[in-house]
Design a protein around this ligand. Structure first.
Ligand code: MGD
Ligand code: MGD
Ligand code: SF4
Ligand code: MO
Length: 772
């Protein structure tokens, strides 16, 4: 390791404060101000014509898929003007920027100097415009040709004692086509070391649902929202993270649906909506969203679900046959009686107390639900990123089973995915634990023997880097260092690598905390035109509801030196595998249709892919549970009622629960801006939201500078210099922003089964800044 790297500033965000301003938190989201803010962003970054051209084509049937979240587009009636939200526009502004990083930029800025910037400043530098290489011991990235870059990586990969000394990460923006060729290359090279962002995101959902109902995906379609009785939104903040979901919620309310929100924070986008595309919205009239807001303690969801189930059971006993769907239970489930016995073991007051919600409010929830037959349950990170994330997902299934509310219109399970193609990545076999059946199919179609041994997921990869078992880390997108837990530990791990390679659009911290050698390979983004041999290519993505759609970029790329992700994979595969390969990589590089033809041979549901994907609005993938056909891990076509206890929370006196959340001005580790408008926080990200009573008890004041400590497993982790912000959170509960607080999340605090870091609950102590 060079001397230079040792001097590098702290891997986490530099510990410095900006100038915090607070305003009153909002009680509604996404009105006209939202669109205006978006416009300002677009104009500043990309210029008027380029920005408007991009916005006009976003999410249109003949346009490109928004690279923001995975919320679906309407099957029909799309808006002729604007089929995007504020955050979609910000995502576009981020990629469509005309600022670019060429060889001169890297010659002028050392890695050391860049690492001193905060994430916002790093991101605003612009698009990476040519491949660059950081030789061992060097202080600056330097230009490198594509051929040389591929040769360096190929030589390194071929020099390893085993393919299992390399890991290949995927972030959820990669298209179906590039994901497919990527996993094919990795498996032909010889490893299943495929950590992906899903491991930190909805893995608890994928595992919980796959075991319970037979598919690790949701069962609803967008149309179900327009014809349902109740929507429960648990641990999800749609106003910020899936803004167009608010239009679906508004429509649902118009059709008479009730909404129950479950969240420790009062989120603006769960309370009200001013729709910028309706006259009412333009006039500033708010549609009330949540009819009932259950402000749970952090990870109080399991207790809440059990309390609701128990009250429904009571109502069922009082009025048999009117609350539970006995027909459904008889035909589709196992273990009903055992489950009721399990519920009987709990005292309702104890459950309410563990949930942190007054019993009277839980009774209101049960009252809303008891005579309804069409219920949609939505959830996201507030459910999955907990020690018991998988069990809570299965408890959601239990509730749905009691009410028979899966596999019929207006009803079902709706995990809301994050990245725009994260669901598609997994469908394309980006997975460290592939099923034997899938591997058999690869072998049958391509004729090579894919590795069978499970690979490393995200947490295991970091641990393996630390132990020196991983030598090469290759990332298809993402920002591994900042997205993963235990930042200091992970930074140490990444610095032990012999080579780190990132296929990226923008500069990020993972380029600055690197292995002995490092490369950045610049790639096209979703909105960029992708020309291969004079012909415009398109890619395809799968949204949160299992719809596969084409996406065709149309903006002129900012540099001629960018390659598409698929091109990068094909050229790297050829350079690495050479004559060893049985695959015609040139064919895939030349034509994405050729890739799709082979996807159709391997992945169920993709027959006639090339025809179906060309139909406007795309096609639905098969989904058994949506049609009432289940495939439970233990009981075949009957789903078992899962029996799981309440989570045990071991904390010391004086410790607080801390959850990590996204502000309204970020996409994961990409910091669009420094404001969280809906929560009333401006020009600062190093904040900790605390209950006013807790602030007073601790002897703090609003604006106090504090340090945060976590001591899980006997290791002290500290995040210094945060500002106290009074907020409506339950006593004993706090919230901070991700990624600034990731330094506090222990690498070995993970969800049982899914190995997802417990980013939504760690216990911390809070001390005045500088006082030990
Ligand atoms: N603009 C924007 N859009 C995004 C993203 C982004 O960063 N910015 N990220 C994308 C990605 S990858 C993902 S996965 C999704 C994430 O979407 P979300 O899951 O909505 O995002 P988070 O901010 O992590 O947290 C969700 C909510 O959970 C609540 N919460 C925290 N702890 C608990 C708990 O214990 N119980 C309950 N019931 N609630 C809890 C928080 O208060 C917050 O409202 O969004 C996607 N879309
Ligand atoms: N504490 C805490 N930690 C968390 C979470 C949390 O809620 N709390 N959430 C977790 C979740 S849900 C997720 S999904 C992960 C996210 O983890 P990642 O997916 O690794 O992180 P992102 O910030 O989305 O990645 C941003 C980078 O992707 C690159 N990029 C953008 N578009 C493209 C593209 O089209 N192609 C390529 N090749 N690169 C591109 C850019 O260089 C950009 O800097 O973080 C997880 N970490
Ligand atoms: S809701 Fe998500 S996919 Fe739709 S425009 Fe907004 S960020 Fe993009
Ligand atoms: Mo995510």
């Amino acid at each position: 390791m060079s001397e230079h790297i040792k001097e590098q500033p702290a891997a986490e965000n530099p510990e410095e404060l900006l100038d915090l301003k607070l305003t009153k938190p909002k009680t509604w989201a996404a009105g006209i101000p939202a669109v205006t803010v978006a416009m300002v962003d677009i104009l500043q970054e990309s210029g008027f014509v380029r920005g408007m051209e991009g916005l006009f084509k976003m999410n249109k049937k003949d346009g490109f898929d928004c690279s923001g979240c995975a919320w679906p587009d309407p099957d029909d009636d799309r808006s002729p003007i604007a089929e995007y939200c504020e955050n979609g526009a910000k995502a576009l502004a981020e990629e469509a920027t005309t600022k670019k990083l060429t060889a001169e930029f890297f010659a002028q800025n050392s890695v050391f100097d860049l690492a001193k910037l905060n994430d916002y400043e790093i991101g605003k530098k612009g698009r990476i415009a040519q491949p660059v290489y950081l030789p061992k011991g060097a202080s600056h990235y330097q230009p490198i040709s594509w051929d040389e870059a591929f040769k360096k990586i190929a030589d390194k990969l071929n020099s390893l004692a085993s393919p299992n000394e390399a890991a290949f990460y995927t972030s959820g923006r990669t298209s179906n086509e590039a994901s497919f060729t990527y996993q094919l290359f990795i498996r032909e090279y010889g490893t299943n070391n495929m950590p992906d962002c899903s491991n930190m995101c909805h893995e608890s959902t994928s595992l919980g649902l796959a075991e319970a109902i037979g598919i690790g995906k949701g069962t609803v379609t967008l149309n179900d929202f327009y014809d349902t009785d109740v929507i429960i939104i648990m641990g999800q903040n749609p106003g910020t993270n899936h803004p167009r979901m608010l239009s679906a919620l508004e429509k649902a309310k118009k059709h008479g649906s009730k909404i129950i929100a479950v969240n420790p924070l009062h989120e603006a986008g769960l309370m009200g909506f001013k729709n910028p595309q309706t006259v009412k919205g333009v006039l500033g009239i708010t549609t009330q969203l949540a009819d009932l807001y259950l402000q749970v303690k952090i990870n109080g969801d399991m207790a809440l679900l059990k309390a609701i189930e128990k009250l429904l059971y009571k109502a069922e006993l009082e009025s048999p046959g009117t609350v539970f769907d006995h027909e459904f239970i008889k035909n589709n489930t196992e273990g009903y009686v055992a489950f009721l016995n399990h519920l009987n073991e709990y005292d309702i007051n104890h459950l309410a107390n563990e949930a942190g919600v007054p019993l009277a409010q839980i009774e209101q929830a049960a009252d809303i639900l008891k005579d309804k037959t069409r219920i949609i349950i939505c959830w996201a990170m507030g459910v999955t990123q907990h020690k018991n994330g998988v069990a809570t997902v299965k408890e959601i299934v239990n509730l749905a089973m009691l009410k028979g509310t899966i596999g019929k219109p207006g009803a079902g399970l709706c995990p809301v995915r994050g990245h725009s193609n994260v669901q598609g990545n997994r469908t394309m076999m980006i997975f460290d634990k592939p099923k034997p059946k899938q591997l058999d199919k690869l072998k049958e179609v391509f004729g090579f023997e894919p590795p069978r041994q499970h690979g490393y997921d995200v947490v295991e990869s970091i641990q393996a880097m630390h132990e020196g078992k991983l030598k090469v880390f290759f990332a298809m997108g993402g920002n591994f260092l900042s997205a993963t837990p235990d930042t200091t530990y992970t930074a140490d791990a990444m610095r032990k690598l012999e080579m780190s390679v990132h296929v990226s659009t923008k500069l990020n911290r993972s380029h600055l905390v690197h292995g002995d050698e490092a490369l950045i390979l610049p790639t096209l983004s979703r909105s960029d035109k992708d020309m291969v041999n004079g012909e415009a290519q398109f890619i395809s993505c799968e949204n949160s509801m299992g719809v596969v759609q084409m996406s065709k970029g149309m903006l002129e790329p900012i540099s001629k030196d960018l390659l598409s992700e698929n091109q990068i994979v094909c050229r790297l595969a050829k350079a690495t595998l050479g004559k060893r390969s049985v695959i015609d990589w040139d064919k895939y590089a030349k034509s994405y249709d050729a890739v799709r033809d082979d996807i159709a041979k391997v992945i169920p549901g993709f027959d006639d892919y090339n025809q179906k994907v060309r139909v406007p609005a795309g096609f639905y993938l098969p989904n058994g549970p949506r049609e009432g056909k289940f495939e439970n891990i233990k009981f075949g076509n009957k789903v078992d009622f899962n029996i799981a206890g309440l989570p045990l929370h071991e904390s010391k006196t004086g410790e607080f629960r801390m959850t990590t959340i996204r502000s309204h001005d970020q996409f994961n580790t990409t910091i669009y801006g420094l404001n969280d408008r809906y929560r009333g926080v401006h020009n600062e990200r190093r904040v900790i939201f605390m209950n006013e009573k807790d602030i007073a008890k601790a002897g703090f004041k609003q604006g106090e500078h504090v340090d945060l400590y976590n001591n899980f497993g006997g290791v002290e982790r500290v995040a210094r210099l945060f500002v106290v912000v009074p907020y409506n959170v339950p006593e004993g509960n706090t919230a901070t922003y991700y990624p600034e607080a990731n330094v506090l999340i222990p690498i070995d605090s993970v969800a049982e089964g899914s190995n997802t870091p417990t980013s939504k609950l760690v216990f911390i102590s809070i001390k005045k800044h500088g006082v030990k």
